[in-house]
Design a protein around this ligand. Structure first.
Ligand SMILES: Cc1cn([C@H]2C[C@H](O)[C@@H](COP(=O)(O)OP(=O)(O)O[C@H]3O[C@@H](C)C(=O)[C@@H](O)[C@H]3O)O2)c(=O)[nH]c1=O
Length: 184
């Protein structure tokens, strides 16, 4: 397991070992004990999500779930290639409004840990890209929210992404009232 800083405090890049042989590879995609032995203590996960985006250039985000059911997410790519982005949205954080982006692919096996209090979004870089992620809180439709994808100066690498109606109508980051309190 390789553990790297992402450039944005709190957000980590984890790369589990892969054991390759003539059949392909084997990998422990999640192992709490391995991470804890390396000094990384993540909250309990209660829900796993999986989505498929049919077209390259599909953008989902920037999403959050408000307290008291804010979600931390451990994200990986099951098939294809995507650019995954986390934004620090904790009011009072020294890094409020700062973002980091990491390419996650089936090929590189990287995972991104995004703590509660961050916005999350991604754009797919290949057709038929699948994302798989573990969440630290159950989905609550009443606490679900979005911030406009193009309001933070993020270089997504696409000009006119495929968006949901909800994401196309999301408010801009400036003027948006973050529901997240300061740095834990
Ligand atoms: C997120 C979610 C959605 N749904 C339902 C609601 C809706 O009918 C349908 C599609 O939901 P959405 O359009 O919100 O799906 P999507 O745009 O893929 O939303 C996801 O985007 C990424 C970036 C995240 O970080 C996730 O937390 C989540 O917000 O699935 C659930 O039943 N459970 C869930 O946990």
């Amino acid at each position: 397991m390789r553990i790297e800083e992402s450039g944005l405090p709190g957000v980590l890049v984890l790369t589990p070992a892969r054991f390759g042989d003539h059949r392909g590879f084997f990998s422990e995609s999640w192992n709490r004990r391995t991470l804890e032995q390396a000094g990384v203590h993540l909250p309990e996960f209660v829900q796993d999500n999986h989505s498929l985006s049919a077209r390259a250039g599909t953008l989902r985000g920037l999403h959050y779930q408000a307290p008291p059911h804010a979600q931390g997410k451990l994200v990986r790519c099951g098939r294809g290639r995507l650019y995954d982005v986390a934004v620090d949205a904790r009011r009072g954080s020294a890094h409020y409004g700062r973002w980091v982006g990491v390419e996650l692919s089936f090929e590189n096996g990287r995972q991104l840990w995004i703590p509660p209090g961050f916005l999350h979004g991604f754009v797919t870089r290949e057709d038929d890209t699948e994302i798989v992620y573990k969440c630290t809180a159950h989905y609550d439709a009443g606490l679900d929210g979005a911030v406009r994808w193009d309001s933070l100066g993020i270089d997504w690498g696409v000009e006119a992404p495929v968006l949901s109606d909800k994401d196309a109508a999301a408010p801009a980051f400036v003027g948006w009232q973050s529901p997240f309190e300061g740095t834990p």
